[in-house]
Design a protein around this ligand. Structure first.
Ligand code: RP5
Length: 164
């Protein structure tokens, strides 16, 4: 059984409550027409689903995984331990210390099992999408061209003058 629809970028999160944060990762993927899918996979509440998703990711054509969780956030690291597909991690802001627990439990990986950890919260999720695009664009030159144009447009949106 496949847990999620096959997609180049698969975004998983530990809980429905993580969706407002992880949704930001879909922004650039949607804008640049990158095939993606989203779903809930919890390291602690659905360990069998975690195993099935991580073990099946490569054969299902997933090229990049974005994984977000909060608190005791073991999801990204556990996925990374079971697949060669690169994992970009998003620490979700928790009630404790604004997500410092999420950040530390994600970023302190043991040598040899890597996750690419982004900032805590929505900006981190947004940048997870940006990072996924840049990784895919290494070999996908049409996507690279779309990314360069996207970045130029974002720069153009930044006003020089202060609004007072
Ligand atoms: C983590 O626990 C989830 O990633 C979420 O950030 C946090 C709280 O989950 P809920 O209690 O809101 O479902 O596993």
């Amino acid at each position: 059984m496949d847990i999620l629809p096959a997609a180049r970028v698969t975004i998983v999160m530990g809980s429905q409550s993580d969706w407002p944060t992880l949704q930001e990762a879909t922004t650039i993927l949607g804008q640049l027409n990158v095939d993606h899918a989203c779903g809930i996979v919890s390291a602690h509440r659905t360990p069998d689903r975690l195993y099935e998703f991580a073990r099946g990711a490569e054969k299902n054509g997933v090229e990049i995984i974005i994984a977000g969780a909060g608190g005791s956030a073991h999801l990204p690291g556990m996925i990374a331990s079971m697949t060669s597909v690169p994992v970009i991690a998003v620490p979700v802001e928790s009630k404790f210390n604004q997500g410092l627990d999420s950040l530390l439990s994600i970023v302190q990986m043991p040598r040899g099992v890597a996750v690419a950890t982004q900032a805590v919260g929505g900006a981190g999720a947004f940048n997870a999408g940006v990072m996924a695009v840049q990784m895919l664009a290494i070999y996908d030159h049409p996507l690279r061209a779309r990314f360069k144009e996207w970045r130029l447009n974002r720069s153009a949106e930044v006003a020089v003058e202060i609004q007072s």
